[in-house]
Design a protein around this ligand. Structure first.
Ligand code: ZN
Ligand code: ZN
Length: 338
């Protein structure tokens, strides 16, 4: 089978790999959709540490193809549609048991496309603990997005607490920010979407933003002040990794802000946080449990996760697909497999 590899110099290589065999407690998933996530670009350019020999793609989704020994056939059988939580932990430590294998206490966590083969290929070997049954009515490409980008937006909103009846400002309207706009609007927030690209902002309106601001053209703080009678935002979600200071500039008293975009930088004095009684936090993707709940929510509310994708690609188009994605000017791509 062919798999996409990143040498780390801004190129892609399509390499041959043997099809995986399902070991004990693992299954082989036939990949049907494998999303392109913004963080792929850090690996594409070699900015983050990773094993350059592993197959890329950490938003995979597909069907169970082969089941290893020790997997309960009542839980997962050949043909079942599955999402994948793309971090593999020990499954027995407290953090793994709580659904956070990316924070496994006992073993260095294994992340797809960083330490072990990812989903930009036809078949992936996945420990059964990382499999999540897909709810009826969810497409493979939606399941892929929920596996990282859309799930990250969901995880951040869950972590920051309720957004209903708040003014919520979402900085960055890439796939994560657009998903955050979609969830916050669906949960009853008045959403102000911020980006530097008018095409992205037009998408934000489609995904439920009440107001959009091009931060190249207008001061976001002025717009938020006008819109809130000077009280500013209750909640801020910073997904761009570039708007840390702007995020604090629009946060009102008792405001809650979550910083999701990487690498990200934000400066504050304790006194400013104290005087405003702010709650500032970050959020690392989502737990296994929240990934499953995110999928259920998307189905229950008929949210348009499929329309996050502007481009579909075949694996043979890997080079072109990542050159396009690297421009970061619009949309999200997904590799589809028959
Ligand atoms: Zn663990
Ligand atoms: Zn990701």
């Amino acid at each position: 089978m062919k798999g996409i590899v990143f040498p780390g110099d801004g190129t892609t290589v399509l390499k041959d790999f043997p099809e995986p065999e399902p070991g004990h407690g693992a299954v082989v998933v036939k990949i049907r959709a494998s999303g392109m996530c913004g963080s792929d670009l850090h690996f594409y350019h070699g900015a983050f540490d990773f094993d350059h020999a592993v197959i890329q793609g950490h938003e995979p989704c597909g069907e169970v193809y082969a089941v290893g020994a020790g997997v309960d056939p009542a839980r997962f059988a050949v043909g079942d549609r599955v999402m994948i939580h793309h971090y593999f932990g020990c499954n027995t430590c407290r953090r793994c048991r709580a659904g956070w294998p990316q924070m496994c206490e006992t073993a260095p966590g294994k992340t797809m496309a960083v330490h072990v083969n990812g989903g930009h290929t036809s078949f992936a070997l996945v420990p059964v603990a990382a499999l999540l049954p897909m709810p009826e009515g969810l497409s493979f490409q939606a399941g892929a997005a929920i596996g990282c980008g859309t799930g990250t937006a969901w995880g951040a909103i869950k972590r920051v607490g309720g957004v209903a009846d708040t003014t919520t400002v979402v900085f960055g309207q890439g796939p994560v920010g657009l998903s955050a706009t979609m969830f916050a609007a669906s949960m009853g927030a008045r959403v102000i979407a911020v980006d530097v690209d008018d095409r992205r902002l037009a998408e934000s309106e489609r995904f439920g933003a009440d107001l959009v601001v091009n931060s190249r053209e207008r001061s976001v703080a002025e717009v938020v002040a006008e819109h809130t009678g000077g009280r500013m935002a209750d909640v801020v979600l910073e997904t761009s990794g570039r708007a840390g200071d702007d995020a604090l500039a629009v946060l009102g008293t008792f405001g809650r802000a979550v910083f999701i975009g990487l690498p990200g930088h934000v400066e504050f004095t304790t006194q400013a946080v104290y005087k405003n009684q702010w709650t500032l936090m970050t959020s690392w993707t989502m737990s296994t449990i929240e990934q499953a709940r995110c999928a259920d929510y998307v189905v229950a509310h008929k949210l348009p996760v499929d329309s996050l994708y502007s481009h579909t690609w075949t694996i043979e188009q890997a080079e072109e697909a990542y050159r396009w994605f690297d421009k970061q000017d619009a949309g999200k791509g997904v590799f589809l497999f028959d």
